[in-house]
Design a protein around this ligand. Structure first.
Ligand code: PEP
Length: 256
């Protein structure tokens, strides 16, 4: 059965005390998760060890700590970067790759993302691979081609077994990220079904049906249930609403 996941991308937000309070608030009131449901916190690097400690202390088996980025090389002269072995050593299991902010502000290319994907897979980590079109592409109705290219260039060289076991896809239309402008459930379902069909053509239906495809972009307590009820939407990658327990918990509760 494919996993239903809510992942919180904190971006460059929260100090130490805020991070502790946030995680405690969520873990204390976390609903009982079914065996196919997972929650992932992706705090800034400097909070990962502490957040992971809080998760371990809580004894909640289906809650994980992720990172928002990584470098593709294991070590070396890359000032300011963090490697996958470093993340693994402090208990990170999931890494977000290809977020539109990394693509846009840090000029991360399809090739660099592909290399990060390969390094993560090699290390046995879970990849949360982001894709999604800017507004002008949506207005030109070219979103399917755009997203297909992102997936083909950086992800679809993986074999079926790896894809099924180590990859989560997050569809995040750029025009919906941090704007308060959520994709309608129809728009989300259409794109998620397109992505699943693309995977089915390449890998076969059985593999495609096992891949979790999350929606991201102004997902919140008010719209999560409708979005997650779509047959091809398997949860969400959440930005702003992941920063408060009272806005993140109802999104987790919306998982089916
Ligand atoms: C994100 O950046 O991954 C995201 C989904 O942000 P927000 O929920 O704030 O739109």
């Amino acid at each position: 059965m494919r996993k239903k996941i809510v992942a919180g991308n904190w971006k460059m937000n929260t100090g130490i005390q805020d991070a502790r309070t946030l995680v405690d608030g969520i873990l204390n009131d976390l609903p009982q998760l079914a065996s196919h449901q997972q929650v992932v916190f992706c705090p800034p690097y400097i909070h990962i060890s502490r957040v992971n400690g809080q998760i371990q202390d809580s004894g909640k088996a289906q809650v994980f700590c992720g990172a928002q980025n990584c470098h593709d090389k294991a070590s070396g002269a890359f000032t300011g970067e963090i490697s996958i072995p470093m993340l693994k050593e402090i208990g990170v299991t999931h890494v977000i790759i290809g977020h539109s902010e990394r693509r846009q502000y840090f000029a991360e290319s399809h090739d660099f993302l592909k290399s990060k994907v390969d390094a993560l897979v090699e290390a046995g980590m879970q990849v949360i691979f982001c894709c999604g079109e800017p507004l002008e592409v949506r207005e030109a109705e070219s979103q399917n081609d755009f997203v297909a290219q992102q997936l083909k260039d950086s992800l679809m060289h993986l074999n079926a077994e790896v894809l099924q076991n180590q990859v989560i896809i997050a569809y995040e239309p750029i025009w919906a990220i941090g704007t308060g402008k959520t994709a309608s459930s129809n728009q989300a379902q259409e794109m998620h079904a397109f992505i699943r069909a693309l995977l089915a053509t390449h890998y076969g239906e059985d593999t495609a049906n096992e891949i979790s495809i999350l929606y991201g972009g102004s997902c919140n307590a008010a719209n999560a249930a409708e979005l997650f009820a779509c047959p091809d939407v398997d949860g969400g990658l959440i930005g702003g609403a992941a920063l408060k327990a009272e806005t993140f918990l109802p999104i987790i509760q919306a998982l089916s």
